[in-house]
Design a protein around this ligand. Sequence first.
Ligand SMILES: Nc1ncnc2c1ncn2[C@@H]1O[C@H](COP(=O)(O)OP(=O)(O)O)[C@@H](O)[C@H]1O
Ligand SMILES: CSC[C@H]1O[C@H](OP(=O)(O)O)[C@H](O)[C@@H]1O
Length: 406
Amino acid sequence: MSNYHPLTEAEAVQYARSIPGLFSDGAVLTSREIGDGNLNLVFHIREEGREKGVILKQALPYARVVGESWPLTLDRARIESEALQVQAKLAEGLVPRVYKYDPDLALTVMEDLTDHIVMRKGLIARQQYPYFAEHMARFLARTLFFTSDFYVDRQEKKEWVRRFLNPQMCDITEGLVFTDPYYDAETNSFNPLIRTEVEAIWRDDALKREIAELKEAFMTQAQALVHGDLHTGSVMVTETSTKVIDPEFAYYGPMGFDIGALFANLLLSYASHEGHTADEEIRIAYQEWLLETIETIWNGFEEQFSALWQEHVTDEMWRVPGYRERFLTRVLQDSAGFAGCKMLRRVIGLAPVADLETIEDPQVRAEAEMLALHIGQALINRRKTLEKIGQLTAWVREIAKEKVAK
Ligand SMILES: Nc1ncnc2c1ncn2[C@@H]1O[C@H](COP(=O)(O)OP(=O)(O)O)[C@@H](O)[C@H]1O
Ligand SMILES: CSC[C@H]1O[C@H](OP(=O)(O)O)[C@H](O)[C@@H]1O
């Protein structure tokens, strides 16, 4: 890593120019750092007069959102570029193409998706994406099945686990998702108007036992190569296209962690529209679309995962009648539990979501945040009774109705 230094915008242009085949000699290039995430630099390099440019994503040796006091491994850039290449093979067209990875600069050169928007922004603007659920179901079914013990040779799979060991990034999740929000930690940051609700969570040992179990699952269940941070800021969309970005938290973990992350962020959007959307008819219609999206993702995932299982699983024990159904029920229950933790962390802990943060009036925001806390707790506490995705969406409707009635 001796050549490592964070690039300036000017250096990023020079770097892009030096990659053969990307731009013609003498092309007039512009460079802009467009990173809005918590961790890295993202440069958009464009040639005047051409629509598509190129993206250079560079890891910083610390967490951008906190600063140099939070050092972070540059190896996450390797994990991200390798995970993107694995996902590109398994879920064609659903991730940006990687053109080059430079280990010395911890830098990935990838497809420019600036003609897409970050899904979270689209959700805040109440946009609907008709292909999103279908695309995400495909992404989840194929990336999770084809990297699991149900498909990969079991010796080879252990090599994959080693290749994607990602201890420092997992440590962030173990702290920020599974520990800090549930006690008075320094990293927490929440709306003072919800302190009573938050303190009730800190005192709730029954809830915390469930979260402890989910934390243990996150730390010990090497089921598949998961994206590891699959929130709606990690998906870029157009009306017809869906691209999953930013797998720097990828590791071998429980399948439900990715599905749960997606559910959590759709439900955070659901809760946020209590604050963003005053017109009840418009709000309910949009919230219903979000719930339908969750159902379609799960149903599509279950159907495609089952089809891949029927086609590829050879192990006698996995083929015992009823085992696939039992496994998928567990994934559904895990997904609900992880979704709950991810909702609580975004309301109580470090790194809030724009869906809620952009509600200007603190009292209105508090109402939406409390709804998110209630939904999150219910998902964690009730998850083991889940058999069908329709139960989960019915809980959400019921909790939202109770809140309005109060
Ligand atoms: N391939 C891409 N094409 C266009 N914009 C991108 C691309 N990758 C990232 N971005 C932009 O950069 C932002 C931060 O990228 P992200 O990978 O999420 O970084 P971080 O790891 O710091 O969260 C995204 O929200 C998006 O606006
Ligand atoms: C100090 S990292 C906080 C938070 O940021 C990551 O998200 P992203 O890089 O996509 O903005 C991840 O969710 C971490 O938990």
